[in-house]
Structure formats: C-alpha cells, structure tokens
Design a protein around this ligand. Structure first.
Ligand SMILES: C[S@@+](CC[C@H](N)C(=O)[O-])C[C@H]1O[C@@H](n2cnc3c(N)ncnc32)[C@H](O)[C@@H]1O
Length: 258
C-alpha cells in the first residue's frame, strides 16, 4: 500500500482540506500551503466548502433512492456532517465503510466511532488496490454486493495521477456494483490556476495531484448512466437554493449502473 506517513512539516492532503473547511486538525505547514493555494485561486476555499455541501446532498439523495450501504473511498479527516451522520440520520440501519490511506485519518475516524457501531467501519487502504478493499474484513462484513450500494469517490481521484491508470481503477469498482448501484464522484476541473494548484501539490504536499478536463472526468462514469443534472460544478448538483454567484472548480456527478 502507498501509505501517507505522518510529518507535520509537509503539507498534508487531508489536513489542508480540513483547514479550508474550518476544522481543527492542521499545522503551520498546512496553513501556509493553503495560503499558496488561495493565491493561485482565491475561490479555492469556496470550492472546497461547496464540495462538502455536495457530499451532504449526494448522500441524502442516495438514501432517498434506497441506498443503505456506502463505500467511501478517500474519507478525509472527520468533520461535521460525515457520511455516516448524514446517511444514518434518515436511515439508522445504513452501513458505511470508510477507506483512507492516511493513518492519521484512519486513527481520527476510528476515534470518532469510539462508541461501538455495528454499522460503521474504517479500513486503512489505498484505493489503488481495489482487491485489498473488497477483501477487507470490514467490507466483507458490512457490504452486501447483491443489494443497492453506493461507492463515493469525492475529491480523491485528482490525487491519483494518470500513471496509476485511474480510469481502469474506477472501472474495477464499477464492475463490482450490482445493477442499480451508484458511483458518486467529484474532481478538480482543469482551469486557469487549477493547474498551478495541482503542481503545488505535486511539488510540495503529501500527494501529487492532477486536474482533469470535463471529458476525462466524465469518462470515469463509463458503463453508468448519469442521473440528472449530470456532471456539473458541485454547487449546481441538485442545490437546495440556486446559487448563480458561485462557480466552484470541482465537478461532481452521480452515475447509476443500469
Ligand atoms: C480532500 S480529502 C476528501 C474528503 C472527502 N471525500 C470529501 O470530499 O469531503 C481527500 C482524502 O483522500 C485521501 N486519499 C488520497 N489519495 C488516496 C488513495 N490513493 N487512497 C485512499 N485515500 C486517499 C486523503 O488521505 C484524504 O483524506
């Protein structure tokens, strides 16, 4: 497994995201790096926050569509409105497997779940190793692949460079979905300044990053049917209120397996 190692001096993918969301788990190196991202694109924090709102709406919508099982790849540090909290509010029997390759994320997530829960588990694994995730004890115990299941890949695939063949990886996850199963993802769109942000991650942070064109992001949904409104800026995916004033540079969408 390609594992992130704890180093407070290196900007860390999960901690920078936590800082931009207004969380409390970050160090000076993360905050300085976030300032460089904001210099490259002043709408970076807005984009991150819109992504987190997208996550909440997607999980709520999937629950309303009958999904009671979630495999969340690239979980991030626990913050408010985590997947299990959103999903189990409406349907307490919903089962969630969280997966992250960052040991600090795994430790924090397990601490958050300190009250034993039959229905939530955390797997320490790299999404580039689908077999390890499918075969993990927690996945085998909680996910029934014959029933509706949603795989979430939010704000994580841009940390998988082309050299690791992300489209082939996603296809392996889609192949595992039953008919009526879902893939939800969000991804950094290649725009002016976003390429600079990706380069900053690659040169300075705990993981390389790569923004992609809408066409390449759309190709992750191969074999699936995109539900309305398709692949759109995350703020435009079934918003509770229409926001013409924001244009985040993360695209998001949900596909269903026919
Ligand atoms: C920006 S956070 C996104 C958190 C959450 N999905 C969201 O959208 O709010 C990205 C997370 O993906 C994790 N991550 C990055 N590359 C990964 C990989 N190859 N396998 C598993 N997790 C990964 C990072 O450790 C981090 O916790």
């Amino acid at each position: 497994m390609t594992e992130q190692r704890f180093d407070a001096t290196v900007p860390n993918v999960a901690r920078v995201y936590d800082y931009l969301l207004g969380g409390k788990d970050h160090f000076p190196a993360d905050r300085d790096f976030a300032a460089r991202l904001m210099a490259a694109r002043p709408d970076t924090q807005m984009t991150i926050r819109e992504n987190r709102r997208f996550l909440g709406r997607v999980v709520t919508w999937l629950g309303e569509a009958g999904v009671r099982q979630f495999l969340d790849l690239g979980t991030g540090l626990p913050t408010s409105e985590n997947v299990h909290q959103v999903a189990q509010r409406a349907n307490p029997d919903t089962r969630i497997v969280y997966v992250d390759n960052d040991p600090a994320v795994v430790a924090h997530s397990r601490a958050l779940l300190a009250q034993p829960s039959r229905n939530v588990a955390v797997v320490h694994a790299d999404l580039r190793d689908p077999a390890a995730i499918f075969d993990a004890r927690q996945t085998r115990e909680l996910i029934d692949w014959t029933q509706p299941v949603a795989i979430l890949m939010l704000a994580v695939l841009h940390f998988v460079p082309d050299a690791d063949q992300p489209h082939d990886l996603v296809a392996q996850y889609v192949a595992r979905l039953p008919h009526g199963g879902y893939l939800a993802l969000s991804h950094a769109e290649l725009r002016t300044g976003v390429d600079e942000i990706a380069s900053l991650y690659t040169a300075q942070a705990s993981s390389a990053a790569q923004a992609r064109t809408p066409q390449h992001i759309n190709e992750f949904f191969g074999g699936l049917v995109l539900v309305e409104p398709g692949l759109v800026p995350v703020s435009s995916w079934r918003p509770s209120v229409t926001r013409a004033d924001v244009n985040p540079w993360f695209l998001g969408g949900v596909g269903v397996k026919p």
